[in-house]
Ligand binder design. Structure first.
Ligand SMILES: NC(=O)c1ccc[n+]([C@@H]2O[C@H](COP(=O)([O-])OP(=O)(O)OC[C@H]3O[C@@H](n4cnc5c(N)ncnc54)[C@H](O)[C@@H]3O)[C@@H](O)[C@H]2O)c1
Length: 265
């Protein structure tokens, strides 16, 4: 009897933040882990935390680098496209074409590149699950609290006094593209046995995000949520692991919002 083969999950942006939480969650669920990130030091920490994990140092916006990463993998069951973030933040009229393009490239084009590179391994087995990380800002516009003047929770809605971090149109548009791509690709790949879904987290003060937001602004976020605590990096991991698993075998083209009820409807 041959040794049973463990399924392989690839997570991009796995060195820190939510990607690290998803990587740890998938490893705990029995997947062999492949972490891709441009942060070599963070990847080394991931390698220590998950013995046996393959850590690949690459920029997911770089077509050639993505191609080399995925060419090195002979089996892929799950791809979690997590790497992303706001590449810039400015009112639309002050957004340069280069900033607009950078947001699309980091959040949408990167997912296209990784999916295209991973698909041959899934198509040859007619099996696979892709989980794209979007944002609940696609449904809310952005976290409304960012646009509120400083003051008590529930204060009047006003101008963009959250500072430049409140101006995320290019980022939110890119994440909207992620949702649209997820649905279109689910149609394309369903007949091939490959499911494509998305997870849309709410505002999550990972270390990168915490550095960009004053504490008072983060406290105001709670006013938009039904569950009144700040979101943690690992809060969206359950949805990611579920969509990656056989328990979600008849679910495709869907978006699960994990945002404490910050957006509904
Ligand atoms: N934090 C939030 O409030 C929030 C809310 C909704 C959605 N999201 C999305 O969730 C995902 C994770 O967010 P986070 O806050 O955990 O991010 P983070 O900045 O904490 O971690 C991102 C990881 O991705 C890596 N990375 C970034 N760009 C990369 C690139 N070009 N190539 C390879 N690796 C790259 C970074 O090195 C880092 O390890 C992102 O797609 C983000 O847009 C975040």
């Amino acid at each position: 009897m041959g040794a049973s083969v463990r399924p392989v999950a690839v997570v991009t942006g796995a060195a820190q933040g939510m990607g690290l939480a998803h990587a740890l969650g998938l490893a705990a669920a029995g997947f062999d882990l492949v972490g891709i990130d441009r942060d070599a030091q963070g990847l080394a920490r991931l390698g220590e935390a998950v013995p046996g994990a393959r850590c690949l140092n690459a920029d997911v916006t770089d077509e050639a680098a993505v191609g080399s990463c995925f060419a090195a993998l002979d089996r892929i069951d799950v791809l979690v496209n997590n790497a992303g973030g706001a590449a810039s933040a400015a009112p639309l009229c002050e957004t340069s074409l280069a900033e607009w393009d950078a947001n699309l490239r980091l959040n949408l084009t990167s997912q296209f590149l990784c999916i295209r590179a991973a698909l041959p391994r899934m198509l040859e087995r007619q099996d696979g699950a892709i989980v794209n990380i979007a944002s609940s800002a696609v449904f809310s516009g952005s976290t409304a609290a960012l646009h509120r003047p400083s003051g008590p929770i529930g204060g009047p809605v006003g101008g963009p006094v959250g500072g430049p971090v409140s101006n995320l149109v290019a980022y939110v548009a890119a994440k909207g593209g992620v949702v649209a791509m997820t649905r279109a690709l689910a149609r394309e790949l369903g007949p091939c046995g490959i499911r494509v879904n998305a997870v849309a987290p709410g505002f999550t003060p990972t270390p990168r995000v915490r550095a960009a937001f004053p504490r008072a602004a983060m406290d105001r976020m709670l006013a938009d949520q039904a569950i009144a605590r700040l979101q943690r990096a690992e809060d969206a991991t359950g949805a990611v692991v579920f969509l990656a698993s056989a328990a979600a075998r008849f679910i495709t083209g869907q978006v699960i919002r994990v945002d404490g009820g910050g957006s509904m409807g």
